[in-house]
Design a protein. Structure first.
Length: 149
């Protein structure tokens, strides 16, 4: 049976402890996931008068966790940059968590999807197109919309 060098054993133990600390520091810890989802939903509904309802859920993208929002908006007019900015800021700053991204999908009350790219372009926001929605990394939100509420 091979013996592990005591220095290597110590180094491995240190790495395991460092990874555990890093995981604990990055993981959302205050409140339950349901409470956080509820806070995001309430913040988004309050952010803009056009928001009729919102379904929020925690999502994972690579090593980043964030929010996926399915929003129902009143009317059939295109989403404005101000409306999209209000929704994104509300989701970004809801509660005490620090999401790594916010994904937004928007429909009207009849279920037709809104194109969010024009509104995002109007904000000067860098995003990724995801199906009928957009995905915005936290850094882009903060750079474009600011870090404060």
């Amino acid at each position: 049976m091979a013996r592990v060098n005591p220095r290597r054993r110590f180094a491995l133990a240190g790495i395991v402890v460092a990874v555990a600390i890093l995981c604990a520091a990055c993981a959302p810890s205050q409140g339950t996931e349901e409470e956080h989802v509820s806070q995001v939903g309430e913040a988004v509904i309050s952010a803009d008068q056009r928001v009729v309802s919102v379904s929020a859920e925690k999502s994972v993208d690579g090593l980043s966790w964030g929010w996926t929002l399915d929003i129902v908006l009143s009317g059939s007019e295109p989403v404005t940059s101000d409306e999209l900015g209000n929704v994104l800021k509300a989701a970004r700053h809801a509660g005490d968590l620090d999401p790594g991204h916010v994904d937004v999908f928007a429909t009207d009350e009849g279920g037709s999807s809104f194109d969010l790219t024009t509104a995002a372009d109007g904000l000067g926001l860098r995003y990724s197109k995801v199906g009928a929605g957009i995905s915005v990394p936290r850094e882009m939100l903060d750079d474009t919309l600011g870090t404060g509420e």
